[in-house]
Design a protein around this ligand. Structure first.
Ligand code: BG6
Length: 522
């Protein structure tokens, strides 16, 4: 993140608009960051969905912006019996029209087909890596990306170590391991996975990906909070009445029913994406914006989140599942009718929860979080609602349309920040209404920005772990959600239903209504 991350926002100031009407002209931020050192990227799960949809397109985009290492090689590993040429065609296709730079990388990509449990696979991989070092000059530097099913993470790490691939090749400086989510199924399995990985790689060489950390607007939370004198003084319990974090999706489970049945919204979104956004929203200012500074503060904040008792879960959390309905004018089946989903499934596709943060800054401020699939629209946002003024000198009728002041950080789509406050409605009577002062990323910074995977892959290649999740963060996040997993695993634990295209079950509204509050409309 050093050059392209938070500092990317500072870069943009170089080109600050002369007036509000004149947008800043920014180049794609990775255009200026330079090349990482020579290396080979090995993707396990190379014939899978993530590789085709995210990883290869992100690499192609990096190639286009001159931000790939040079020399650089990609090696795909999977069970699928492809040849080098077949993988090369997949790689070239994933780059769309593709720049000449990407075509060159795709043309010399290599592929190793084999079972991850069989030593021959790793002997063959080692031979390919050594060959690339010799013929292409990839310098013994290696990044291993685990885009496989999670049950294979430990198996692959162990096999890499058994073949000496957990160390750089001759003359090399690094061997890094990138791990996709989900990182474990609960606290115990995450700890066990860590033990397996740490048996092969040092913590400093392990890069746990949460793609939300690669989103520009998630990082902008840091800029907003810590680069401005106006927001930080009010960012605490004295001024903030409540915090709401929403991760809403229009999409259902698509073709991932089998995976989702085992995950559910709690493991799929809350334990990782929501906890990361929550930590960045509520943590203390770091002394320095670097890997240790940010991650220390995030983990400190997560430790201050009160871990609920299993018996209390029903009072502070709601789980829901979508039934048939309509989203954006299209009819949508219920979750239980989706492919690879049990017709009696009790997996949650919606979670709402009230959290408390026990520290000086946030004591007494409820933090409401919610996430769901098949909601009316895609919207990820963080809202801070402020206390009302201590004495309203206007009449109740005049202030009918006045909402509490708020700061809304829109993470996606329509990335931006909106400050909402009361204004007088023009006319004779002193009527008040809430209005918004709106900052739009797209208007202020019209240039293209890096996709989350582009940025994160680039950060791995340059060895910047700032945006990756450290082991203590993962464990702390599991500690917070584990009691929900236990409570919801018990027979008879309540599951609410909501029609696809609605804002979730009624019980989620009651969660806030009990506190005399309501969810904001995204
Ligand atoms: C993934 C989840 O981590 O994030 C998906 O597994 C979800 O279920 C996706 O759809 C949402 O990501 P984004 O970037 O579209 O908000």
């Amino acid at each position: 993140m050093t050059a392209g991350g938070v500092l990317g926002s500072v870069d943009a100031l170089d080109a600050a608009p002369a007036s509000a009407d004149e947008p800043a002209q920014v180049r794609h931020e990775l255009d200026r960051v330079g090349r990482p050192p020579a290396q080979t990227l090995v993707v396990f799960g190379a014939s899978g969905d993530l590789t085709a949809r995210k990883l290869l397109p992100a690499l192609a985009a990096l190639a286009e912006h001159g931000a790939l290492p040079d020399p650089f090689a990609v090696v795909g590993v999977a069970r699928t019996g492809w040849t080098d040429d077949e993988f090369r065609r997949v790689a070239a296709r994933a780059g769309g029209d593709g720049s000449p730079a990407w075509r060159q990388v795709a043309e010399r990509a290599r592929y190793v087909s084999g079972d991850y449990g069989h030593p021959d696979t790793f002997t063959a991989l080692k031979a390919v890596l050594d060959d690339l070092d010799r013929t292409l000059g990839t310098a013994g530097n290696r990044v291993f990306y685990l885009a496989t099913v999670p049950s294979l993470f430990g198996v692959v790490a162990e096999a890499l170590a058994a073949h000496g691939c957990n160390k750089p090749g001759p003359g090399g400086r690094f061997a890094r391991l990138v791990v996709e989510k989900p990182y474990g199924q609960d606290l115990d399995s995450a700890v066990a996975l860590d033990e397996d990985l740490h048996g092969a790689f040092d913590e400093s060489s392990i890069y746990r990906i949460d793609h939300y950390m690669g989103k520009e607007t998630v990082q902008n939370l840091l800029a907003l909070r810590f680069a401005n004198a106006v927001f930080e003084p009010v960012w605490n319990r004295r001024y903030v009445d409540n915090v709401q974090i929403t991760v809403a999706e229009e999409l259902g489970v698509e073709h991932r029913g089998g995976f989702y049945e085992r995950a559910g919204a709690l493991r799929d979104i809350v334990q990782n994406h929501v906890m990361q956004v929550l930590a960045l929203t509520l943590m203390e200012p770091p002394t320095v914006v670097d890997a240790q500074g940010i991650r220390d503060e995030k983990v400190k904040l997560l430790r201050a989140v009160v871990v609920p008792d299993v018996e209390d879960v029903t009072g502070i959390a709601v789980r829901g599942q979508y039934t048939a309905g309509a989203v954006a004018g299209e009819t949508a089946p219920g979750y239980r009718q989706e492919a690879d989903v049990s017709p009696e499934s009790t997996t949650e596709t919606y979670v709402a929860m009230k959290l408390a943060v026990d520290n000086w800054r946030w004591a007494g401020v409820p933090v409401y979080i919610r996430t769901g699939k098949r909601l009316p629209k895609r919207a990820t946002e963080v809202a801070l609602e402020f206390h009302r003024v201590p004495h309203l000198a206007f009449g109740q009728r005049e202030a009918r349309e006045l909402r509490p002041n708020s700061i809304l950080v829109r993470i996606q789509p329509e990335e931006g920040v909106c400050l909402s406050f009361g204004a007088k409605v023009p006319g004779e009577a002193f009527r008040l209404r809430s209005v918004g002062m709106d900052f739009s990323y797209a208007r202020a910074f019209p240039g293209p920005t890096a996709d989350a995977y582009e940025r994160l892959l680039h950060d791995v290649m340059i060895g910047d772990p700032t945006l990756f999740i450290r082991t203590d963060e993962v464990e702390q996040a599991w500690k917070i959600v584990d009691p929900l997993l236990s409570a919801w695993g018990q027979d008879g634990s309540p599951l609410s239903f909501y029609p696809a295209g609605s804002w979730g079950p009624h019980e989620a509204d009651l969660l806030l209504a009990r506190d005399l509050r309501q969810w904001r409309d995204p």
